[in-house]
Design a protein around this ligand. Structure first.
Ligand code: SAM
Length: 385
C-alpha cells in the first residue's frame, strides 16, 4: 500500500471517488476543503492541453463544499494555465463547481463524455457590441480550455505520448496501440504504476514524459518513476520519482516493499539484458494478480553491446527474449511434469499470458493453476486411417 504521506491528500480522494457519495464526502472532510480543492486544482493544471487563447485571460474558479468555498484565479494562455489563490480579481467570468462533483468528474470511473457545464457567470464589459465580441472571444476560449481541463481526461495514448514528448508513439516506436489494448480494462481503476526509466538520462531536469502520459491516461492512477539519475521527486500531482539502479535487487526490493504492490510495471530503463532480467525476477512478485509486467525494446536481445546475441530466442533465459520465451514454456509446466523447483518457479506459477509485439512484450500476472490435460486423453494423435 502506498502510504498517503507520499501522495498527500490525493490518495484518499482517489480511492473515495469510485465508492459511494458518502465516502467521498467523508474523504473531503478528512483532508479538509483547502487540501481537497488543491488536489482538484493541481489535477486541472496538469490536464491543461495548451489549447487556450493566444492572449492571456483570467478565469475565476469557485469551489463550493458544505456551505463553504475556496476561490482561485486561473491565468490562461496558449502555453500554460497558472493558479493563484483568491478571486475574482479582474476575471471576466466566474465558474462555480460543487467540489465533490468536480472531483468525481476528474477522477470518477466511467466518465467519458464532456459533462454539462457548471454554473458560469460573465461580467460583460460596458462597451459597444462589436468591441464586446472582440473582447469576449478570448474569455470564451479560456473558459472552454478550463472546462476541457475539468472534464474526463483525453485517453488516446498516441496523442498523449506526442503531447508530453514520450517516444512510445511516432518516430522510433509505435507502442501505444498495444498498450491501449492491454491497459484499457484498468483505465478507470485506482492503479499503481511503476515505470523504470524516467527519461532524460544524466540531465536532472529532463524526463517524465511517459510518467505524465500515464498520469493522464489513468485518471485515478498513482505513478512512480525509477531512474539511475536523480530527478525532481514530484513531477505532477500523481507522479513521484525515485533514484535507483534497476540492476540492484536490494534497491528494487526496498522500493517495492515501500511503494508496491503495483498493478503495472514497465521496464523502459537501460535495456541491458542482464538488467532487464534482474528487474523482472525481483519485481514480478510485486505485481498484483490481474496486473501486467511490460518490457520495452526487447530487440536489444539481438545486440551484443547490450549483452544480447543474434540467436536470442535460443539463448535460454540469458537474453530478454530468451527469458520471455522460457516463460511461455514455464506457463505450461504442468503439461510436462516440471517439479516446480527451478529458479523461475515463481514465474511458472504466476504467468497466465505472454504477448509479444514488435520489440515489446506484455506478461500477464495471475494464478497459473489450471490442471494439466487429463491423463485419459491420448498423447499421440487419434488414428485417422
Ligand atoms: C529511454 S529513457 C526512458 C524514457 C521514458 N520512459 C519515456 O518514455 O518518456 C531511459 C531512462 O532509463 C534510465 N536508466 C538507464 N539505466 C538505468 C538503470 N540501471 N536503472 C534505472 N534507470 C536506468 C536512464 O537514465 C534514462 O533516463
Amino acid at each position: 500500500m502506498v502510504k498517503s504521506s507520499h501522495w498527500g491528500a490525493v490518495e484518499p480522494l482517489l480511492l473515495a471517488v469510485g465508492a459511494r457519495d458518502e465516502e467521498l464526502l467523508a474523504a473531503i472532510a478528512g483532508v479538509g476543503i483547502e487540501q481537497a480543492s488543491a488536489v482538484a486544482i493541481g489535477e486541472v493544471l496538469a490536464r491543461y492541453g495548451a489549447d487556450g487563447p493566444w492572449d492571456p485571460v483570467q478565469v475565476h474558479l469557485r469551489l463550493h463544499h458544505d456551505g463553504r468555498f475556496t476561490d482561485h484565479t486561473l491565468r490562461i494562455d496558449r502555453r500554460e494555465m497558472v493558479a493563484t489563490a483568491g478571486g475574482p480579481g479582474d476575471a471576466s467570468v466566474t465558474v462555480t463547481y460543487e467540489l465533490r462533483e468536480l472531483l468525481a468528474q476528474l477522477f470518477g470511473p466511467g466518465a467519458d463524455a464532456r459533462p454539462a457545464p457548471p454554473k458560469v457567470e460573465f461580467t460583460w464589459p460596458q462597451t459597444s457590441i462589436p468591441e464586446l465580441a472582440q473582447r469576449m472571444h478570448p474569455v470564451v476560449q479560456g473558459l472552454d480550455a478550463l472546462l476541457a481541463a475539468c472534464s474526463p481526461a483525453e485517453t488516446d495514448l498516441g496523442r498523449l505520448a506526442v503531447r508530453f514528448g514520450s517516444d512510445k508513439w511516432g518516430g522510433v516506436h509505435w507502442y501505444t496501440r498495444h498498450y491501449e489494448r492491454h491497459m484499457r480494462a484498468l483505465r478507470d481503476a485506482p492503479v499503481r504504476v511503476l515505470e523504470i526509466g524516467v527519461g532524460g538520462y544524466s540531465d536532472n531536469g529532463a524526463g517524465g514524459a511517459s510518467l505524465r502520459m500515464w498520469q493522464q491516461y489513468f485518471r485515478r492512477g498513482l505513478v512512480l518513476g525509477l531512474d539511475l539519475f536523480r530527478k525532481p521527486e514530484v513531477l505532477g500531482p500523481r507522479i513521484r520519482t525515485l533514484q535507483g539502479d534497476q540492476n540492484d535487487p536490494g534497491q528494487l526490493n526496498a522500493l517495492a516493499k515501500e511503494h508496491g504492490p503495483f498493478d503495472i510495471v514497465i521496464d523502459d530503463g537501460s535495456h541491458v539484458n542482464e538488467h532487464v532480467r534482474t528487474s523482472f525476477d525481483t519485481l514480478f512478485p510485486y505485481v498484483r494478480e490481474g496486473g501486467l509486467y511490460v518490457i520495452e525494446d526487447v530487440q536489444t536481445s539481438y545486440w551484443p553491446g547490450y549483452g544480447g546475441t543474434p540467436d536470442a530466442a535460443a539463448a535460454g533465459d540469458g537474453t530478454t527474449l530468451g527469458l520471455m520465451t522460457s516463460l511461455v514454456d514455464l506457463m505450461h509446466h504442468r503439461e510436462y511434469a516440471d517439479d516446480g523447483s527451478g529458479p523461475r518457479s515463481y514465474a511458472a506459477d504466476h504467468t497466465v499470458g505472454v504477448h509479444h509485439y514488435h520489440n515489446l512484450v506484455f506478461v500477464e500476472k495471475g494464478r497459473n493453476n489450471e490442471e494439466p490435460t487429463p491423463a485419459w486423453i491420448p498423447r499421440s494423435p487419434f488414428p485417422t486411417a
